[in-house]
Write a protein that binds this ligand. Structure first.
Ligand code: APR
Length: 238
């Protein structure tokens, strides 16, 4: 059984992807039965798609909101929340996921670099902040309005848009001494580069997942297995 020691001087940066929510019943993107199996990214997850067919985009994200509401955090989410409680401010979690399972497992110090299902924002980018929105919209007519009157859009980072919180992420990567990447295929940038940035900062880099990621060569340790089985008990905090 692999054990990862965390020393008193270690600062831990965790990056998670869709794989950590797989055992909660939420589909990943690139599996053969994944989210992108039934849809073309350019029809669903681009600013042009939102402009061209907002009904299709809202239908896709409303369905994901409904799935997320039925899902529960799994032992992997809980193991990360427990690690954070032991490490305090020496712990930072960056997730590519838009579900709220990390928060519901107890994680507090985290950023959603690809946005959040539980929020919507102005489709005209009027500057109003994103609003909490769990509504599963049955039709485009039902979709709420921004204070400026424009229709709301999912607070999701589409392909071609800038990920969120990149300054904070860069700052945390630069001071990390141990980076663990969990459940992501390494297909999408800039997230797939974070392991290289961490190595340049001198950090140990660990990957946890059932398949080797595309950027496997950048990891000092690979723990092959499902997150919900591999994470509990993996980290030994000294
Ligand atoms: N435990 C851990 N990892 C798992 C599990 C599991 N139980 N099941 C699957 N995985 C792994 C797969 O091996 C794969 O490497 O999760 C990864 C999922 O990869 P993707 O489907 O590509 O998801 P992700 O890497 O999170 O996608 C990144 O792409 O479409 C965009 O914005 C979207 O945030 C997403 C980004």
């Amino acid at each position: 059984m692999t054990s990862i020691s965390i020393r008193p001087t270690d600062r831990v940066f965790i990056l998670t992807g869709a794989g950590i929510s797989a055992e909660s019943g939420l589909p990943t993107f690139r599996a053969s039965d994944g989210l992108w199996a039934g849809h073309r990214v350019e029809d669903i997850c681009t600013p042009e798609a939102l402009e061209r067919n907002p009904a299709l985009v809202w239908d896709f994200y409303s369905k994901r909101r409904a799935d997320c509401a039925k899902a529960e955090p799994n032992p992997a989410h809980k193991a990360l929340a427990e690690l954070e409680s032991k490490l305090g401010e020496r712990f930072f979690l960056c997730t590519q996921n838009v579900d709220d399972l990390h928060e519901r497992a107890g994680s507090r110090c985290l950023v959603h670099m690809h946005g959040e299902l539980a929020k919507s924002r102005c489709s005209e980018e009027c500057g109003a902040p994103p609003v909490e929105d769990h509504t599963v919209y049955a039709s485009l007519d039902e979709v709420g309005r921004c204070i400026c009157g424009a229709r709301l859009r999912p607070h999701i980072v589409f392909f071609g848009e800038m990920p969120l919180e990149m300054n904070r992420i860069q700052q945390e990567l630069n001071r990390s001494t141990l980076m663990a990447v969990i459940g992501t295929s390494g297909s999408v940038y800039p997230a797939a580069n974070f392991v290289h940035w961490a190595r340049q900062a001198g950090a140990k880099t660990i990957y946890i997942g059932p398949e080797r990621p595309l950027n496997a060569e950048a990891f000092t340790t690979i723990v092959e297995g499902k997150a919900g089985e591999a994470l509990p008990g993996l980290f030994a905090v000294e």
